[in-house]
Ligand binder design. Sequence first.
Ligand code: HEC
Ligand code: HEC
Length: 240
Amino acid sequence: MNILTKNIFTGLALYVIAVSNVYASGPKPTEPSGPSSNVAWDMPQIKFVRGGGPSRGKELNKKLACASCHGEKGAATADNWPSIAGQKATYTYKMLIDYRDEKRAGTVTSNLMVKLAKQMTEQEMADISAYYASFSLPPATRPKVASKEEVEKILPLLTRGDGKRLLAPCLSCHGTNAEGNIMDIPALAGQRAEYFRKTMKEFKTGARHNDVYARMRYISKALTDNEINALAQYFAEMKN
Ligand code: HEC
Ligand code: HEC
């Protein structure tokens, strides 16, 4: 077991403790009621998404003009919009369903996606998810949302987490190269910095609450705004 894997496992053990503590304290009255997503990853659901057709997705991409906002091949051209290139098909699919069901809604930008997702069938969602999953992850960018020193300070959070705050390492879930992970865990490598900061802040306030088990709501609340900026800078610059 190499050091990275070992650190990740230690961090994961801390996380399990953290989550049991969260559940022991019961749901917060401000959290929305009902499930955070209607997508449940049982075998038929996984098979359905895996069966998505990238060539049908390509046609659909033209028809619905996804690239006008998310960029050719899914690498966003503006810093405040998400790149979706190389994202796991299961994550993209879950987001589209969450938008359609208004589980991720209520902000100006999410409402744009809600409108679009409501026009799509589940088959079309699977097809377009397969299409975007067929690209490489977005290229590194050089935003200026945090200094080198600030980025250095957050490096332990990536592979070791923080025992004091019961934080599991980011990469234990998001993949050792931040390439994403099974089912609903997105890639972060090359993600646009402004979008990263915004969505983390929305997890923090609860404006975004489609994360099953409140994993990202819990983690983002434990981070300072400076740390979030530094994490945004780090992942945007990440080469893959
Ligand atoms: C008018 C611009 C626009 C168009 C067209 C558009 N999107 Fe989006 N998309 C956005 C914005 C802005 C967000 C961030 C929304 C938020 O804050 O929740 C987003 C978010 C997403 C996300 C979530 C990304 C993440 O990392 O969580 C996915 C997946 C997505 N869009 C897929 C698509 C697909 C597929 C299409 C075509 C069917 C499409 N989008 C068309 C603007 C657009
Ligand atoms: C216990 C597992 C876990 C850990 C640890 C974790 N994440 Fe996540 N993260 C998730 C899941 C699951 C989602 C997708 C939530 C959803 O369905 O909307 C997510 C989503 C995100 C997103 C939104 C990405 C997008 O495209 O919209 C960001 C940003 C993010 N995580 C950053 C981090 C950072 C930074 C850390 C470390 C400080 C971290 N995560 C640690 C599980 C985790």
